[in-house]
Write a protein that binds this ligand. Structure first.
Ligand code: HEC
Length: 159
């Protein structure tokens, strides 16, 4: 029985690898950290509504009591507006978090963390992830936008 289970798992993994190869879909670990010069804010807003607002809120307000972990130990979805801390993070972190999900993004930095943030690297291509991030940024007041831009510049210079 066990042998069949293992064989089944190997076949499923091989099928997934072939699907990637055939469709040309990127594996989720491939990331690019620079926001493209051209972004589509209207598309980013629409995709935000489709993929993100169920947790982060239609008005980017996040979930209630977002600083307090729930019974499962996971934190609720934080706001993406200026009352949250999304603007504290450089582009690389925002992109990674969205593409890979919280658990995998933090694992890259050697941090083990159970996160309720799913990865969207297979559902969305890089440009659309940037379109969403650019839309989120466009809602921030100037101060938050400037701080985030400085942190991104410092992060890119250091990497
Ligand atoms: C199923 C609920 C859910 C959905 C849908 C979701 N998120 Fe999240 N997100 C979370 C949670 C929960 C966190 C807090 C994560 C943690 O504790 O790691 C989070 C955190 C984040 C962070 C880190 C934020 C910060 O302020 O530090 C970013 C960036 C993010 N999400 C972007 C997005 C984007 C963009 C989308 C849509 C493409 C999205 N999320 C969809 C649940 C969700």
């Amino acid at each position: 029985m066990l042998r069949y289970l293992i064989a089944g798992g190997a076949i499923a993994a091989a099928a997934a690898a072939v699907a990637w190869w055939v469709t040309g879909q990127k594996p989720p670990s491939v990331t690019s950290f620079r926001q493209p010069a051209a972004v589509d804010l209207a598309r980013g807003e629409a995709l935000y509504g489709e993929y993100c607002s169920s947790c982060h809120g239609a008005d980017l307000q996040g979930q209630p009591d977002w600083r307090t972990a729930g019974a499962d130990g996971r934190l609720p979805a934080p706001p993406h507006d200026e009352t949250g801390h999304t603007w504290h993070h450089p582009d690389r972190v925002l992109f990674d978090y969205t593409a890979l999900g919280g658990k995998e993004a933090l694992a890259k930095d050697g941090i083990e963390f159970d996160s309720g943030m799913p990865g969207f690297g297979e559902a969305l291509d890089d440009q659309d992830i940037w379109n969403i991030i650019a839309f989120i940024k466009s809602t921030w007041p100037e101060r938050q936008r400037n701080v985030q831009a400085e942190r991104t510049a410092a992060d890119l210079a250091g990497s």
